[in-house]
Design a binder for this molecule. Structure first.
Ligand code: NAD
Ligand code: MG
Length: 348
């Protein structure tokens, strides 16, 4: 199953996203695989038995979002120099979104840019992070504030890698899948309602559809000047939830699930979404073992947090809301009092 991605306004940038068992890959060049001990422990042997290169080396970096830093990128760069990579060499990102974002960013700056490919191993990275070319790292000012738009040469998505993924991480990926469906495709939402995600063939279908939707969005708007912002549905509220809980209580996808429930409540208040539709989304999230409840202790404080988001231009918050199932609305002019009334409904 191959989903081609063709960036409409970035001429000559096209690449294939393969959703299937990982094929044998042969490269007539030096290759460095970037991974972490967790992923390597489960799957490195399998990966290496599929890669044939002039020279093949593995760089292992510590596991965790806390290591998604410039310092780690510098360590990867140093390894690339040690292994004498040249401008024709290739990096392979083998892991979740953290590995993918950092490997892509490293590839974008090593000798002014070398090729990289993505072999994502979490559900979230298979349906979201590996597609679209956003790369980067965090710093003390926030998440993903340093980086580059840099597209991979190819993406290989093999759902078999997900068998070892912890259940919470799996569910976090489902949240981003539900996001795509609610924003863009009612039929897909209905398909998800009927889906058993533990069934391999179903999961493959679900991944394919999500990747198609993400590629469709990115093809129209690589640099997030318009429609790509719709992918932030659930994120405006979710980021505040993550921030209020110091990034320790919820995985990103879990916070996005809560954020979607909040965005839906606002959409219901504005007459954009019916209560039944909001309930259907909540049920789907709960069936996927995602959290949907959150107690807002201080509504004013929660509201102020919106302005810490880099995507909220000063003075206006851009809310991404469902506008009927499978449709979206971007709104920057929602009255503070309306938003606060909805936030109040999540109060103690
Ligand atoms: P992650 O990369 O931290 O992976 C989650 C955990 O699962 C890690 O401990 C990892 O080692 C482990 N893991 C990975 N594959 C496994 C497997 N097959 N079996 C067992 N364990 C496995 O987290 P993530 O959710 O994949 O990605 C989150 C990151 O992605 C964030 O840094 C976020 O900013 C970024 N992201 C980027 C984009 C983008 O467009 N570039 C989009 C969404 C998210
Ligand atoms: Mg996200």
């Amino acid at each position: 199953m191959i989903v081609p991605i063709e960036l409409a306004h970035a001429q000559n940038i096209t690449y294939d996203i393969t959703i299937d068992a990982l094929p044998q890959l042969t490269f007539d060049t030096n290759v460095v695989v970037v991974t972490n001990p967790t992923v390597a422990g489960y799957h490195l042997e399998t990966l290496l038995s599929h890669i044939h290169a002039t020279k093949l080396n593995v760089v292992t970096i510590p596991d965790g979002e806390g290591y998604k830093t410039l310092e780690t990128v510098e360590n990867i760069l140093n390894e690339c120099f040690e292994h004498k990579l040249d401008r024709k060499s290739l990096l392979i990102a083998f892991g979740g979104g953290v590995i993918g974002d950092m490997t892509g960013f490293t590839a974008s700056i090593y000798q002014r840019g070398i090729d990289f490919i993505q072999i994502p191993t979490t559900l979230l990275s298979q349906v979201d992070a590996s597609v679209g070319g956003k790369t980067g790292v965090n710093n003390k000012y926030g998440k993903n504030l340093i980086g580059a738009f840099y597209q991979p040469k190819a993406v290989y998505i093999d759902p078999a890698f997900l068998k070892t993924l912890p259940p919470r991480e799996f569910a976090a990926g489902i949240a981003e899948i539900v996001k795509m469906a609610v924003m863009f495709d009612k039929n897909y939402f209905e398909f998800l309602q009927k889906s058993d995600f533990s069934d391999t063939e179903t999961l493959k279908e679900v991944i394919k559809k999500s990747v198609e939707l993400k590629a469709w969005v990115v093809n129209q708007d690589e640099k997030e000047a318009g429609i790509r912002a719709v992918l932030n549905y659930g994120h405006t509220f979710g980021h505040v939830v993550e921030n209020e809980t110091n990034y320790t209580t919820y995985l990103h996808g879990e916070a996005v699930a809560i954020g979607m429930v909040m965005a839906n409540a606002l959409a219901v208040e504005l007459g954009l979404f019916t209560q039944d539709e909001a309930d259907a989304v909540k049920t789907l999230l709960e069936n996927a073992s995602l959290p949907t409840d959150y107690v807002i202790k201080d509504v004013d404080d929660f509201y102020e947090h919106f302005f810490l988001d880099k995507k909220s231009a000063k003075g206006s918050i851009k809310f991404i809301l469902p506008n009927g199932m499978g449709n979206y609305k971007m709104a920057s002019d929602i009255d503070e009092s309306v938003v606060k009334k909805v936030l109040q409904s999540f109060g103690e």
